[in-house]
Write a protein that binds this ligand. Structure first.
Ligand code: HEM
Length: 497
């Protein structure tokens, strides 16, 4: 031991070994032989975590290709996540919603995301696992939401949204004026949806708040980290608190019961019945904004982009809208609940919307494993782990969509085209008991605006007159679709009808 004293040297070795063994115990995943195969990683313990941080949901698809498996495990420090890239297994997952739970995830994330009080969080988490019977705030709240978006409530909600969209389109589709399409879409659709949900005192009438919801949601991972948001993400925190303060005013002035839709009334009612403190109701509603608004906006954007950038498709959509009788409606928008039926006669436009949602999917649906479970009798899933279902993987699966999976085919979802679609391969609105209750509303609103635009306007791309592909911004983990990365400048040109 030339020059190095033996005792400190051995002590040093022992400390390093002790730390290494302790870290290994802490970070190593004890695998069960029946778990989905684990994909090896290049950086010990942290490789997959770094991959997910760097590439988000695209990393899951990459690992699927690397290991050649549709169901696989990624070891994370101290745990694992399961990735399901197969429509067949998605169907299996949907059959056990209480064991592989979306509702539990929603409940457990609301505390940090919405900044709700301890009392509200305790009420929300009480029986969120479902082991004390069937009732809990999260399940009863979902049931109330689904009921408020069905039957006659759905008709009035949809009509109100469409009428507001009509007003905004007339105001903001000014011929000869150049607008940025994503900006325009966000404005028209945010106001249409939020005014129909919240009524005359709609907090999102203030454009700063309307855009603030996106800003708030962009910081979701940081909110979920549990670190003080006012310190680490002052911009996201300020955006959330500005919304909360406007919604506190909204509920304090009873704007929900005087002018709000059945949806906002039903949700506030169930929160009050469970004893949620009044200031927390505003916080719950701000988080609900993600579901109500954020997926709808890119769905509308990509539908408009695909249709108006393709003159042949636009012409067929125009013809379809005429045949559905929309030319006889004021400005091409249904003006009564009976007239909403006209929107059911737009099979190609409805198909093009779903195809746009398929092509531009992002993110992943998440489920929590509530108890040890054998998926389809084949794969062992360990309690308290996450199952992730990347939307893109299902949407581009060639075994489900055929060789045209990578192409935009406007009529793919039109039943008359004869294409059979795997029941779990389209994840646009989720599936099973968690199927989106806003889907009929969203489809009618978007198809209504696009049909009216098609009948009344041409949309010309600015600059060189060529529609460029604006590419994907997939940075927001709460949105199921990519937002456009680059700006698209356009001009509206009135047509003679
Ligand atoms: C184009 C617009 C929309 C898209 C793409 C969309 C997408 C989705 C998806 C993918 C899910 C399932 C999540 C999962 O399984 O992990 C979902 C669930 C949900 N959506 Fe939507 N959504 C849209 C509009 C709306 C609207 C307008 C509302 C309400 C006004 C809404 C309320 C909900 C709710 C409450 C759930 C949870 C359902 C449950 O667990 O029972 N969505 N949505």
């Amino acid at each position: 031991m030339n020059g190095i004293p033996a005792v400190p040297f051995l002590l040093g070795i022992s400390i390093v070994t002790f730390i290494a063994v302790s870290l290994d115990r802490l970070l190593r995943v004890k695998k069960n032989a029946s778990e989905p195969p684990f994909v090896p990683m290049s950086v010990p313990y942290f490789g997959h975590m770094l991959g997910v941080i760097g590439e988000q949901a695209n990393y899951y698809q990459k690992m699927g290709k690397k290991c050649g498996q549709k169901v696989f495990s990624l070891a994370m420090p101290g745990g694992r996540i399961y990735i399901v890239n197969s429509p067949d297994y998605i169907s299996t997952i949907q059959k056990v919603p209480r064991v592989l739970s979306f509702w539990f995830i929603e409940a457990s994330l609301t505390k940090n995301l919405g900044g709700i009080s301890k009392k509200a969080n305790d009420i929300l988490l009480d029986n969120a696992r479902g082991d004390k019977g069937n009732n809990s705030l999260v399940v009863d709240g979902m049931k109330a939401t689904h009921a408020a978006m069905a039957g006659r409530h759905l008709g009035s909600l949809t009509l109100n949204a469409i009428q507001r969209a009509n007003r905004e389109v007339n105001e903001y589709a000014k011929p000869g004026q150049e607008v940025e399409l994503w900006d325009w879409v966000q404005h028209i659709f945010s106001l249409a949806v939020s005014s129909s949900v919240y009524g005359p005192d709609n907090p999102y009438e203030d454009e700063k708040l309307e855009r603030g919801l996106s800003t708030f949601s962009d910081y979701t991972p940081q909110f979920l980290s549990g670190l003080p948001p006012w310190l680490i993400i002052p911009k996201g925190y300020a955006a959330r608190e500005a919304l909360v303060s406007q919604f506190e005013k909204y509920f304090a002035e009873k704007s929900d019961s005087t002018g709000g839709s059945e949806l906002v009334k039903a949700r506030a009612k169930i929160l009050r019945e469970y004893g949620i403190p009044e200031p927390d109701i505003a916080r719950f509603e701000v988080v609900n904004g993600f579901g109500i608004l954020l997926n709808l906006l890119p769905s509308a954007f990509w539908t408009i982009h695909h249709i108006f950038s393709d003159p042949q498709l636009l012409e067929v959509i125009r013809q379809e809208a005429k045949e559905a009788g929309l030319l006889e409606s004021p400005d091409g928008f249904p003006s009564s609940e009976e007239e909403l039926d006209k929107l059911s006669n737009l099979p190609l436009l409805t198909s093009a919307l779903k195809e746009a949602m398929r092509m531009h999917a992002a993110g992943a649906a998440a489920r929590m494993v509530m108890e040890d479970h054998m998926l389809d009798g084949k794969y062992f899933l360990k309690r308290n782990s996450y199952v992730l279902i990347p939307n893109k993987a299902a949407h581009f699966d060639k075994s489900a969509w055929g060789n045209s999976a990578d192409e935009f085919m406007a009529n793919r979802f039109d039943k008359s085209s004869g294409e059979k679609i795997h029941p779990a391969a389209f994840r646009g609105f989720g599936g099973g008991v968690n199927l989106c209750p806003g889907r009929a509303f969203s489809i009618k609103l978007i198809t209504s605006v696009v049909a009216s635009l098609a009948l009344r306007y041409d949309i010309q791309a600015g600059g060189k007159g060529k529609w460029d592909y604006p590419e994907h911004d997939e940075s927001n983990i709460t949105i199921n679709l990519a937002r456009p990365l680059k700006k698209t400048f356009v001009q509206f040109v009135r047509r003679a009808v």
